[in-house]
Design a protein around this ligand. Structure first.
Ligand SMILES: [Zn+2]
Ligand SMILES: [Zn+2]
Length: 238
């Protein structure tokens, strides 16, 4: 097991980031994490801001559009884009909480008070990112547990990137039939689709559009009205 037991009395310092294990250069003496790891973490911190903003805009619309009592309970109308992974990142316990946990552990190591309350995650995330970016140089050289935090930032960045990248997937989310009514009273009934990145739903057949949160709710209500109407007609016919 211990092939190198005769060399154990001196080990050249290694970067503490999981899976990096780069030997530190002489110029990096006294650091816990290597420079490439610091640079990557700094880049992740910079990019997480815009990524999170984008996910939040999508998440807010979907949260508002979800019915109380759960998204998947036996509704006849398909749900507004069921992008639960977006919610997992933007809601409590998501990006804001995970960044705050890192900030708190750094503050503890620095002997500072815990991170102040900064309001909603939309308000808090940029503040956490700023704190972490400002203190990253300290952390890579003086914070023993920096490796796990660099790894957590990498994971967060990867998760946000993956979710945000869904917009580039050709597949769109089916959100039910178009409830618009033509002048003769018939319903359009074309299949509507949505992507996670866009607030806009546009019917390819009749051109009806829904964009704002209020309009998403109206779309859902109109779809339910059509479903109810049809159920009634079926009931009468039977
Ligand atoms: Zn490294
Ligand atoms: Zn239509």
């Amino acid at each position: 097991m211990h092939d190198n037991s005769d060399q154990d009395d001196y080990q050249w310092p290694m970067c503490v980031t999981p899976r990096c294990n780069r030997q530190l250069w002489v110029a990096e003496a006294g650091r816990y994490a290597c420079r490439p790891c610091e640079d990557r973490a700094a880049k992740h911190l910079t990019e997480l801001g815009p990524l999170f903003r984008r996910l939040t805009e999508t998440g807010t619309l979907m949260r508002g559009a979800r019915r109380p009592g759960g998204a998947t309970s036996g509704s006849r109308t398909p749900p507004i884009p069921p992008r639960l992974e977006v919610l997992a990142l933007t809601a409590n316990g998501g990006v804001a909480t995970r960044l705050r946990d890192i900030e708190d552990s750094w503050r503890k190591a620095l002997g500072w008070t815990v991170a102040p309350w900064r309001g909603s995650s939309t308000q808090a995330v940029p503040e956490h990112l700023r704190f972490l970016a400002n203190n990253l140089p300290w952390a890579v050289s003086s914070y023993e547990s920096i490796g796990q935090d660099i790894d957590e930032l990498r994971k967060l960045h990867a998760e946000c990137t993956a979710v945000a990248a869904n917009e580039r997937r050709p597949g769109r989310v089916s959100i039910g039939r178009c409830p618009a009514r033509y002048d003769d009273g018939t319903h359009c009934r074309a299949d509507l689709t949505a992507t996670a990145s866009s607030h806009r739903v546009r019917c390819g057949q009749c051109g009806a559009r829904w964009e704002t949160l209020g309009e998403w709710r109206e779309l859902r209500a109109a779809q339910e009205a059509v479903t109810a109407e049809q159920a009634q007609e079926t009931g009468v016919a039977a």
